[in-house]
Design a protein around this ligand. Structure first.
Ligand SMILES: NC(=O)c1ccc[n+]([C@@H]2O[C@H](COP(=O)([O-])OP(=O)(O)OC[C@H]3O[C@@H](n4cnc5c(N)ncnc54)[C@H](O)[C@@H]3O)[C@@H](O)[C@H]2O)c1
Length: 355
């Protein structure tokens, strides 16, 4: 008995009592609070011990994500799938050469196998063309997403699904509806890339390393995104208290950040390096249970919509969503974005939804 007691005392407290309660998080028909150890704890021992990331869609974005994951050595295995099987195989063979310099093993697999991964990244679908908005992709990409999710079933119940394909907020919502996973396990890359672009811009203005700048772009990953100037800060000091920032034309900055993707598309046809780096970093946050706070596409209960809000991310998905500090102008923007979102989604409402 004392041997058993000693053995139990060597198990970290976290493992014995289970993960912290998911608070303030998404209460939906799918959501649940985990009171028991999730099965992946038993499968893999601990976050990151043996990990598999599936990348669905191995075009420009998917292949770049896989490459970034290999270079960063985030997971043991990267699983590649594409409707064009020879493309997935070609990307795998090419990435094999890159993986000689890392501990990551790359495979090309079926959608069913991808459904068993710890993190499932979805990039499959049409991309924007010049002068096309992300919203113009909905019809095409809804069909693609529906077929992918149904072919992946049964999806590993502890998997985290990370949407990257556009329009990312709307597709995240559809994936929450269709996958059967709790909503806090289905997220989108949201405005993480836009926020990084803004940090890069402000870093030049202020001559401060971008990692020391906290300046979230929130709302839609699209034309109506906005900069939360009221929460932005450096070392706890409001960013608007810095004269170089206070004197900026704020609307011009917003347009510059929101329009950067189209600037790139006009020059080279598509964007992929930035989003690939952001996505690989999100995968690392999940696999290593880093609990970073990132602006991500999450379901905001009180607004009934998926949009980018600062969220704590780790092995169990989104654990907490952080509200803005009550600025009425920014709150109104969230409400307007939620209204537009609901109008868009109504057309695709899933018949099985019970809510
Ligand atoms: N979230 C962001 O910040 C961000 C940034 C850049 C691009 N994107 C989006 O990422 C998506 C991919 O862009 P891309 O440049 O890689 O496009 P791409 O055309 O190069 O690749 C898309 C891939 O999806 C595959 N595909 C299509 N239907 C499929 C299915 N049913 N199953 C499996 N694979 C399927 C295609 O064969 C193709 O290889 C687009 O929707 C684009 O708008 C998002």
């Amino acid at each position: 008995m004392s041997f058993l007691r000693n053995l139990v005392s060597t198990i970290p407290r976290f493992a014995r009592v289970g993960p912290p309660t998911i608070q303030r998080c998404l209460r939906t028909p799918f959501a649940y609070q985990r009171s028991v150890l999730p099965s992946k704890f038993y499968h893999h021992g601990s976050p990151g011990a043996h990990s598999r990331i599936a990348v669905v869609g191995t075009g420009n974005v998917g292949a770049s994500i896989a490459y970034a994951l290999v270079l960063k050595d985030v997971a043991n295995e990267i699983l590649l799938v594409d409707a064009n099987r020879s493309l997935a195989k070609g990307q795998r063979l090419d990435l094999d050469d890159a993986s000689l310099f890392s501990a990551t093993h790359v495979k090309d697999v079926t959608l069913q196998e991808a459904g068993k991964a710890d993190v499932i990244v979805i990039t499959a679908g049409a991309r924007q063309k010049e002068n096309e908005s992300r919203a113009d992709l909905i019809d095409r990409n809804y069909q693609v997403l529906e077929s992918i999710i149904s072919a992946m079933q049964p999806i590993q119940k502890d998997a985290i699904m990370l949407l990257v394909a556009n329009p990312v907020d709307v597709l995240t919502y559809f994936a929450q509806e269709l996958s059967g996973l709790p909503r806090n396990q289905v997220i989108g890359s949201g405005t993480y890339l836009d926020s990084s672009r803004l940090r890069g811009f402000l870093s030049e203005v202020l001559e401060v390393n971008n990692e020391s700048i906290h300046s979230p772009v929130l709302g839609e990953h699209g034309d109506s995104q906005f900069i939360s100037w009221n929460t932005a800060n450096i070392a706890g000091q409001p960013i608007l208290s810095f004269p170089r920032v206070a004197n900026l034309d704020k609307e011009l900055v917003r347009e510059k950040i929101a329009g950067k993707a189209m600037d790139i598309i006009k020059l080279k046809g598509s964007t992929y390096f930035g989003i690939a780096t952001c996505t690989a970093s999100l995968c690392e946050t999940i696999i290593k249970n880093r609990r970073d706070i990132r602006p991500l596409s999450v379901y905001v209960d009180r607004l009934g919509a998926v949009m980018s809000m600062p969220a704590k991310l780790g092995w169990y998905g989104v654990e907490e969503i952080y509200e803005l500090n009550g600025d009425p102008g920014e709150e109104q923007k969230l409400v307007d974005i939620a209204q537009e979102f609901k109008k868009t989604c109504k057309k695709y409402e899933h018949p099985n939804r019970t809510e």
